[in-house]
Every structure is written in C-alpha cells, then in structure tokens.
Design a protein around this ligand. Structure first.
Ligand SMILES: [Zn+2]
Length: 376
C-alpha cells in the first residue's frame, strides 16, 4: 500500500485514458465513477453494497456535513471514513457550488461566502481557509479547492470575473492546505464555455500546482452539446500526468462522451436519485418501472445484469414495490443503477486498454437505440 497520492496512466485510445490513482486508502481505477454520499450515506445502500457494485471511491458534500452533524463532531468521532463505515478513498467537494445552489441569503465577497443554512437558518461563512479546515476535519483523501461559478449561459465578463476570483481562492486553498502526504488537493478550472478563459484558468492553476485538476462550471444548465464543445478543448489544457475530474456528470451518454474527451473521474447523484424515483438505467436506455406495462412482467429489468435486483426479482415485483412505496424499491433500484454505472466504467476501462474504444462506443449507442425490451 502506497503512502503517497499518485496517478499512473496505463493506456490511451484517442483522447480516452485508463489508469490508476493510488492512495493510502486504496486504489482508484480510472475512468472512475464516484457515487455521491451527500449526508455520510449513499441513500438506500449499505457501504459494503456500494463497494460490491465496484465503486473505488465515494464523494462527500462539505456543505451538508458542515451544517449537520458538523465537521467538528465527525472529527471527534474519528473522521468521515470511520463515521460512515467506508474505509476506502473519499473525495469531498469544497462546499462552494452547493452554497450557491442551496443556501439562503448568500453574500459573495473577496473573502468568501456568508449564508444561512437551508436547514435551520443559522449563519455561516465559507472561505477557502475554512473549506480546507472542514475537509481536513472530515479526513478527506481528495480535497477540492474552494470556488464558485455562474450558471450558463452567462456573459463573458461575468464568467471572467468569477473565474479570476476562483483562481485567487485556488491560491489561498493551496496555501491553507499545506503539505499533507497521502492527501491530494485538486484545482478546479473555470471559464464557462469561453475557450480563452478556460486557457487563462488552466495557466493559473498550473502555476500554483495541484495533485489533480477538475473541469468545473459545467453541468450547470448548458446542455450536452455545449458541454461536449467545451470538453473538446478544456481537458487538454490541463497537465497530462494528473487525473482530470469532471464534476457533477452525468447521464450514461454524458459519461461516455466525457471519457472519450480525456476525463478520468466523474460523480453524479443520478443513479441513486433516479433509483428512488423509479427510473432504472440499462444497456437499452432508461426504464420507468412505474409504467403499467411492467405490472405482470416476470422478466428481470435486464437479463444480462448480475445485480441483486435483476438476479432475484421480476419487473412485476419492482413495479409493485415502487407503487406501494416500499423501502426495498429504493434499495433494489439504487443497487441496480450503481451496478450499471460501474459496469459502464469497467467496460470503458477494458476497451481503452484493448485499443477498441471506438467500437465499444458504437455498440453502446446501438444498444440504447434498440430501446427497452418489448412488453409481453
Ligand atoms: Zn441489475
């Protein structure tokens, strides 16, 4: 087991890459999908079940944890890994994005962001220094710089101003993080959909120096076409020998398109959230289990899937427990969705290593185009 954080690239195929991130808490195979454990849990899943789906790393949310139960309490209880019973790597976001999207009465200054909690209205302040402190208290393995970004579309000037503030905060984050062997600090590229600003941001981050780099400010309402256009150039502006993380993405076809463009890590609430609203992701697209066409269907969701939901239960049962609002419905569909997302990543890792990513991608789209199996 390594004592330091490192990244090694094993193979590339076009712009797609596969490799390994090594940390003292275990290895992360890339491209990697990180399930989101917002409030110190991946909803409806035991940690060992999340691991069984093939996840190497989880994401935790600084904003939620600082408000409840607080980072200080988690630290007193031995840190986030022990608290939530997940001993493998954890990446935490900086809280910046969620403060801007969830908190009330936000006020943004050079110093940071003051806001009121969406839970009890209490007043808080997040700064680069406070965000680094919270993520250290949590014991996060991969710490994200404190930043902020506008929703898209936005004017060039507005994006530039926000990006330059985030770059000043990146320097303050780096200074506050200090030297912590075994822990990584990732910088976050901003610049919206403006190529010149993405370049300026990448230069600023490279000058500071980070263990990994995120492409931030996407998946904020711009749509897939704009996102892919930015990914056509943005990842290549970042150091080749460090992991590249696309934050908050996405749907299966977003993920495939991002990996194709050189992204190594992603996270999204989609598989777990959709599991609770009756949506299942399969090789043949999205299946809405609440649809009446499933009510007497004895077949599994996906006959080629080896998850517990597909191995042991029929569509008719999954339909029934969803309609009856039984807790097992969220458990089974979340498990299936996380399993599907991890299988997707494994398929891409294998295809990149074998130099056949283009063929794999063609098959991926062809299977989805077939659509769900015919109703009985
Ligand atoms: Zn399944």
């Amino acid at each position: 087991m390594t004592e330091r954080f490192s990244f090694s690239l094993h193979a590339t195929d076009g712009r797609a890459r596969t490799g390994t991130i090594s940390t003292p808490r275990g290895e992360i195979r890339t491209p990697a999908f990180m399930p989101v454990g917002t409030a110190a849990t991946v909803k409806a899943m035991l940690p060992e079940s999340v691991r069984a789906t093939g996840a190497d790393v989880l994401l935790g949310n600084t904003y939620h944890l600082m408000l409840r139960p607080t980072a200080e309490r988690i630290a007193r209880l031995g840190g986030l890994h022990a608290f939530m019973n997940w001993e493998r790597p954890i990446l935490t976001d900086s809280g910046g994005f969620q403060v801007m999207s969830l908190a009330e009465l936000r006020k943004l200054t050079e110093e940071g962001v003051t806001f009121r909690s969406h839970i009890d209205g209490s007043r808080h302040m997040l700064t680069p220094e406070r965000s680094m402190e919270i993520q250290q208290l949590l014991g996060s393995d991969i710490v994200m710089c404190f930043d902020e970004c506008p929703a898209l579309p936005a004017e060039h000037d507005r994006i530039a101003e926000s990006m330059r503030l985030s770059m000043r905060w990146a320097q303050r984050s780096r200074d506050a993080f200090g030297d912590r062997p075994g822990h990584a600090l990732f910088g976050i590229q901003q610049g919206g959909d403006k190529e010149d600003l993405r370049g300026e941001s990448a230069e600023a981050l490279r000058a500071i120096g980070f263990d990994g780099y995120a492409v931030g400010g996407l998946a904020v309402g711009e749509g897939q076409e704009v996102m892919f256009r930015v990914l056509d150039y943005a990842p290549d502006m970042l150091p080749e020998d460090k992991p590249r993380y696309l934050m908050g993405v996405g749907k299966p076809d977003d993920i495939v398109g991002a990996v194709k463009r050189g992204i190594d890590m992603m996270d999204c609430v989609l598989p777990s959230r959709s599991g609770r609203t009756g949506q299942a992701f399969t090789r043949r697209g999205v299946v809405n289990i609440k649809n009446a066409r499933h009510q007497e269907d004895p077949r599994p969701l996906d006959e080629h899937c080896s998850c517990p939901a597909c191995r042991s239960y029929s569509r008719a049962y999954l339909h029934h427990v969803f309609r009856s609002q039984e807790i097992i419905s969220s458990m089974l569909l979340t498990w299936h969705n996380l399993h599907y997302f991890q299988e997707l990543m494994q398929g891409m890792r294998d295809a990149i290593a074998a130099g056949r990513f283009a063929d794999w991608e063609t098959d991926f789209h062809a299977q989805r185009a077939e659509g769900d199996i015919e109703a009985l």
